[in-house]
Unconditional design. Structure first.
Length: 160
């Protein structure tokens, strides 16, 4: 079953690379008491994700925060080290939290996992964006396969 507007984010542990090494991140704690703009990509360093998706949220970070977003987070079925390296490559700094869903547990829990085996990628996350307020989904935009329209930062910004 796919998550929908009004649903609570499931309890899952993600990982974030820090200077002290990988750190577990509880979704219960991460989303608690604040508004988070979360976007998911099929893979770090992949073409659309690197050329458009992540850069769009980096470029619009100030505008999103000006509309009430407390945190912007990118999630992918990659390990924390890959997510950190991608964030450094894209110079996101503190503007975007890079969250690793290494085993795809979050993607599975929200029903937005995709099969990327025909591309040599294995199970991954679909491309989407959502706004989460105090752990509850208030906006959800899932892309059709191969598209990049409704999950963009520009689309989210216009809807806020």
């Amino acid at each position: 079953m796919t998550i929908k507007v009004g649903d609570k984010i499931p309890s899952v542990t993600l990982t974030q690379a820090t200077a002290d090494g990988p750190k577990p991140v509880s979704t219960d704690e991460f989303f608690k008491g604040r508004t988070v703009a979360l976007f998911a990509v099929p893979g770090a360093f992949t073409p659309t994700c690197s050329a458009k998706h992540l850069p769009g949220f980096k470029q619009n970070a100030g505008a999103l925060k000006g509309k009430g977003v407390d945190e912007i987070a990118c999630i992918s079925v990659n390990d924390a080290f890959v997510m950190r390296a991608w964030g450094e490559d894209q110079a996101v700094g503190e503007d975007v939290a890079m969250l690793a869903d290494g085993n795809g547990d979050f993607a599975k829990a929200i029903g937005l996992q995709m099969d990327g085996t025909k591309f040599g990628m294995g199970p991954r996350s679909q491309r989407y964006s959502m706004v989460v307020e105090d752990g509850v989904v208030t906006s959800l935009n899932v892309e059709a396969p191969g598209e990049f329209k409704v999950s963009s930062a520009d689309y989210m910004l216009a809807a806020l």
